[in-house]
Design a protein around this ligand. Sequence first.
Ligand code: PMP
Length: 427
Amino acid sequence: PYDGPSAAEILAKRQRHLNPCMTYLYTNPLYLVDGKMQYLFDESGRRYLDAFGCIATVSCGHCHPQVLEAILNQTKKLQHTTALYLNRPIVDFAEALASKTPGDLNVVFFTNSGTEANELALLIARLHTGSHDIISLRNGYHGNASATMAATAQRNHKYNVVQTGIHHALNPDPYRGIHGSDGPKYAKDVDEIIMYGTSGRIAGFISEAIQGVGGVYELAPGYLPEVYNSVRKVGGLCIADEVQSGFARTGSHFWGFEAQGVVPDIITLAKGIGNGVPLGAVVTTPEIAKVMTSHGYLNTFGGNPVSTTAGLAVLKVIENEKLQQNASTVGTYLKNQLLDLKEKHEIIGDVRGRGFLLGIELVTDRELKTPAPLETLHVMEQMRDMGVLIGKGGVHGNIFRITPALCFTKEDADFLVATMDYVMSKM
Ligand code: PMP
């Protein structure tokens, strides 16, 4: 049995010593002490079905035995080295990763986070093109350092500091966007930004395929092919932020951008790449990567043996356990169940996403699409009391995010839906 400090003691220490802008998902914060695959356990030993995967980060499952074993073995052998010496885990993982990316996207820069990966991608695009302007999407999230915070376009993730050269294009949002599901129409906004807001040359365009933090908005079909064309015509590079949508999460594809039929110039990775171990990566072509040779790129922990060993183990588990197939089958099943739930409960305005990157938007009025943040929090808290953890997002805090580990089963999906149905029926 657990004999450590109570949740209240942990909370008091956190409030005293940790950064004051940290928020909790629940009014009464949940204290976690153990994790096993799709389950989490609190200090009383109570089990929760984790349908949030700690923000799409737990790809294989909490403390997945094979990933864990690989990490432990490597840690005992050689935990850290600098990239100034040769070591095996970094090259093995880079090679395996490159075998999963299309075309000649086969040069990897390792980082420790998604922010670092996107910062580096933006830097590479700027150096390679000699241009400064970057276009990103409204409602996107790309990180918390200067360039990535500028590229992020959500009020609650920005600070009022001067960040030049970043333009935010109309979000091709099929639910609330002015052009509905017409991707090519939204793409014209990128042409207009290039025309009116830049010198006519840009460094690049960055976007997620499905906006995660923003509330699971899948870009309208046909959007990326048009935009990538426009960007390349003016010398820019196309950057796909696959931090949430990569590593088989969307089920239909291994990478999120594949659903739009495009091939980016740079791909950025983090979160699910290491199943919870700090790891990020930028993957690009040899030709584009070359620009960094004249400047160098030093990252002490980026690509360290333990993290890259975890990365390789994750790729093997995804393959051996057919997790992409599972994300597709169970994710589609879950989405259909949620669509049925929408028929039953007026408060569900939209169900969207792919595989295990699903969003449910709650509104008090379906016509006006009035966000329902209070009801969202209520449902989330009640579901937690019944043993199911889901996430929340969007600028209004009215969108559930369902991003479980890829081992989530059909029975787990049934339990989640039954719980949500029960809570909504009582409202
Ligand atoms: N890009 C996307 C799409 C993300 O969701 C996140 C994290 N929420 C980031 C980048 C930044 O990653 P990190 O928190 O590891 O810096």
